[in-house]
Design a protein around this ligand. Structure first.
Ligand SMILES: *Cc1c(COP(=O)(O)O)cnc(C)c1O
Length: 424
């Protein structure tokens, strides 16, 4: 066997991977078209035809509905703004609880705070890293207004189970689908199984428009409320036929014509881009299934995983050494490995010190929900001990490079006795 690179041997992957790039000539031409029109945004924040945005926005939203098979798509300037609009639309108010997973990008848990909502952290399933529906049901209280499920790493959360819980309890299911474009559960697209889905179009996602996001829904009332919150809601409730003024204090969350024009071209490529991620992931998973101590990502049989991240679980007892030793050896082989994803979000200073909006602890003063360490043991274990990930969405990887990534993992796995000795 070859020597491990960490012990002075030759790395399995001899070069750094090219960064992922989804933008090409088509997007350049689309931007040029908008530049020549001189109209870089078509929105007007008052009642008129342009309340709904310019021609690129409208074409982009129509294409989005077509691709993701939903009735309404409301473009916004980020997933973060989209989640605020979604929570506003479903009527979250001061002291209302919103159930969120702790293992996600921070914005998922911060969005409720802007309406005085209190994030309630519920643990994840170890197999998918997504919200555990039984734990969600147990956490629902009379104050719960919504569940924010995250389709983490591109695998669907248990969405139909969560939707059933939400419907039974008369609350809303919102999907943070930033990482899951074209992921499916039982043939339905993620982002369309909850009452609202929120996508991200930031630079790091499968497709992007620089910054951007889209809210999807099949509910006309929610679509109107989100379109209102996006664009100075206070000016238009009467014209939109909205009699309930709750949360109709609007923002400017509007996307530009430039971003929408890019988005139209990106949408044409999304299936091919996602299929490329799947191809790499499937090849890695198939080649690594048999290694004791390493568990490649699980895909539920009724689901499509779109691999924002390819994440495996590390079994310290079976491997006989801490994850960190393994990760360092893998990194030395040229594998761009990360470990642990994010610290469970309740450990952020805002929750630990209970300071968010204003100086006096609002909205935490309205709740006695705990943010103590130990709250979500599965998420904590994934963060500290088990998760080892490859940010598959960040790189262009061909078959030969995929095989080199596989060889790197197999090599470190095979050399674990040497590693153990070194670290004894
Ligand atoms: C990227 C991401 C966000 C934030 O998206 P923006 O468009 O940058 O606001 C939110 N949630 C998850 C899970 C993400 O991956």
């Amino acid at each position: 066997m070859d020597d491990l690179a960490v012990l002075g041997g030759v790395p399995a992957l001899g070069h750094t991977l090219r960064p992922y790039r989804s933008i090409g000539e088509e997007e350049r031409l689309a931007v040029d078209r908008v530049m020549r029109s001189g109209v870089l945004s078509g929105f007007v924040g008052a009642w008129c035809a342009d309340f709904w945005g310019g021609p690129e926005i409208r074409a982009f939203e129509a294409a989005w509905c077509d691709t993701f098979q939903c009735r309404y798509a409301i473009s916004v300037n980020s997933n973060t703004s989209g989640m605020i609009a979604a929570l506003g639309a479903v009527g979250v108010g001061p002291g209302d609880e919103v159930i969120v997973p702790p293992y996600t990008m921070s914005a998922t848990a911060m969005a409720p705070l802007f309406y005085g909502g209190v994030p309630v952290f519920v643990d994840i399933e170890p197999e998918t890293f997504c919200l555990d529906p039984a734990a969600v049901e147990a956490a629902i209280s009379p104050r719960t207004r919504a569940i924010m499920a995250v389709n983490l790493f591109g695998h669907p959360a248990a969405l139909s189970a969560l939707r059933a819980v939400a419907d039974r309890r008369g609350i809303y299911l919102i999907e943070d689908n930033a990482q899951g474009p074209l992921a499916t559960e039982d043939g339905a697209y993620c982002g369309t199984i909850g009452h609202i889905g929120v996508f991200s179009l930031n630079y790091h996602k499968h497709i992007h428009t620089g910054e951007g996001g889209v809210c999807t829904t099949n509910d006309e009332g929610l679509a109107k409320r989100m379109a209102a919150i996006r664009n100075h809601a206070e000016n238009v409730p009467t014209e939109l036929g909205l009699t309930d003024l709750t949360n109709l204090v609007g923002f400017n969350f509007r996307m530009t014509e430039l971003s929408a024009a890019i988005g139209i071209e990106q949408l044409k490529k999304v299936e091919a881009l996602v299929a490329g991620r799947e191809r790499i992931a499937d090849r890695m998973t198939a080649a690594l299934r048999d290694l004791p101590g390493l568990l490649p990502p699980l895909v539920r049989p009724n689901c499509r995983h779109v691999y924002y991240v390819w994440a495996m679980r590390y079994d310290e007892a079976a491997m006989g050494m801490p994850r960190d030793v393994f990760s360092r050896a893998l990194a030395a082989e040229g594998f761009p490995v990360s470990q642990g994803y994010v610290e469970p979000l309740y450990m952020l200073p805002a929750f630990q010190k209970r300071i968010a909006i204003g100086r006096d602890g609002f909205p935490f003063t309205l709740s006695n929900r705990s943010y103590a360490a130990g709250l979500c043991p599965v998420a904590e274990r994934m963060h500290r001990k088990e998760l080892v990930e490859f940010h598959i969405c960040s790189y262009e990887v061909d078959d030969a490079e995929t095989d080199a990534l596989i060889a790197a993992i197999r090599k470190v796995h095979a050399g674990r006795a040497d590693l153990k000795r070194l670290n004894a």
